[in-house]
Design a protein around this ligand. Structure first.
Ligand SMILES: NC(=O)c1ccc[n+]([C@@H]2O[C@H](COP(=O)([O-])OP(=O)(O)OC[C@H]3O[C@@H](n4cnc5c(N)ncnc54)[C@H](OP(=O)(O)O)[C@@H]3O)[C@@H](O)[C@H]2O)c1
Length: 328
């Protein structure tokens, strides 16, 4: 089969299409023929090997796992003899977690892995796009923030993969949502369901008089010390990006006037929890609470362009790779 591989950290040009061995499902494994896979900011970070701490996950000297990619959609092509939950032909969404490997034509997952039926009525590209950022945003909002109806949340980086998912989920949970993004993404963030938008190029949200129960820094561009003043007493600042300060506050006994700060590493959660979340995601998508926002779809052979697009930081929606026949 074809897969996108890389042997060293660097710019998108380190990626190439390669012929690799077809994966063979074990007794309790499912072989999925991938149709569309997300190229996320995390994939771009793992490819670049920067910031350097990312190499703790991917390999200090060079990439341990040669094929990137996490969230994807596809169709079950074969099952192991002991598989009972899925059948050949099922349309599925999946997350490969720390195993990565989704930027390929075929992927094997345990049947009790992070795998669920895809939302009905969604194309493969739409199903993959609706997964973008969801398995990160959901545990942050539901588990870390315990976000409730009527609460006020600010999402910094509301136009990104994680932020888009957070705005849609927070709206579903009945919270009042303020999204922070750049000028050209204001309409996108309003269309996700945000009640208000702050353009970070014109206004610093940490300098306003508004306060929030939750500040979710999906982009990791701010800090607890800056956001404290816009948190209500008992409020929480959450960020996706590690720093010594946030690690100390998450895992140490620190508190500040009842205001808290935390980070979570959502990719490291058990696959069974992610599978449950994928099933929830499918329900929400089918009920119209989650919508896919696609920036671009590139054939596997143009993975370098897809990574360039993600590296620009200017995407308006999800960047996808499709494994369907390259019309060119
Ligand atoms: N902790 C975890 O488990 C976990 C899991 C997944 C991802 N992550 C990390 O989460 C981060 C975000 O991922 P993503 O997929 O959402 O990235 P993304 O799709 O590239 O989005 C980045 C966002 O950052 C925003 N941004 C850039 N500069 C900003 C600024 N100065 N102020 C406010 N927002 C700014 C962008 O807004 P504009 O486009 O409007 O400028 C964009 O919405 C990445 O660092 C990723 O590695 C962490």
């Amino acid at each position: 089969m074809q897969a996108i591989v890389y042997d060293e950290y660097g710019p998108p040009g380190v990626l190439r299409v390669a012929e690799v061995a077809d994966p063979v499902p074990g007794d309790r494994e499912v072989l999925v023929r991938a149709h569309a896979a997300v190229v996320s900011a995390a994939d771009a970070t793992f490819r670049a090997g920067r910031p350097l701490f990312s190499r703790l996950f991917t390999g200090l000297r060079g990439p341990k796992t040669k094929t990137l990619g996490c969230d994807f959609s596809g169709e079950v092509a074969a099952i192991g003899p002991d598989v009972t939950r899925f059948a050949v032909g099922d349309r599925v969404i999946a997350d490969t977690g720390t195993a990565l490997g989704a930027h390929a034509e075929y992927v094997c997952l345990p049947e009790d892995g992070a795998l669920a039926l895809a939302p009905a009525g969604f194309s493969h590209a739409e199903a993959a796009a609706v997964c973008d950022g969801l398995l990160t945003a959901l545990p942050f909002l539901r588990d870390e923030a315990a976000l409730r109806e009527g609460q006020e949340i600010l999402v910094n980086g509301a136009s990104g993969g994680v932020g888009k998912a957070a705005v849609q989920l927070a709206t579903y949970f009945g919270a009042r949502v303020t999204g922070v993004c750049s000028t050209s993404k204001i309409d996108l963030v309003l269309s996700l369901g945000a009640d208000e938008v702050i353009d970070y190029t014109a206004q610093d949200f940490t300098r306003t008089s508004r306060t929030y129960d939750v500040v979710f820094d999906a982009a990791g561009k701010s800090s607890f010390s800056r956001c404290k003043r816009v948190l209500k007493p008992g409020g929480i600042y959450l960020t996706t990006v590690p720093s010594p300060g946030i690690l100390f506050r998450t895992f140490g006994p620190w508190r500040s006037s009842g205001r808290r700060a935390a980070i979570a590493f959502t990719g490291l959660r058990p696959a069974s929890d992610k599978a449950e979340d994928l099933r929830f995601l499918t329900e929400l998508a089918e009920a119209g609470h989650l919508k896919p926002f696609i920036d671009a779809v590139h054939p596997l052979s143009r993975a370098v362009e897809a990574h360039h697009r993600v590296d620009t930081g200017d995407k308006k929606g999800t960047v996808l790779l499709t494994m369907e026949q390259d019309p060119a």
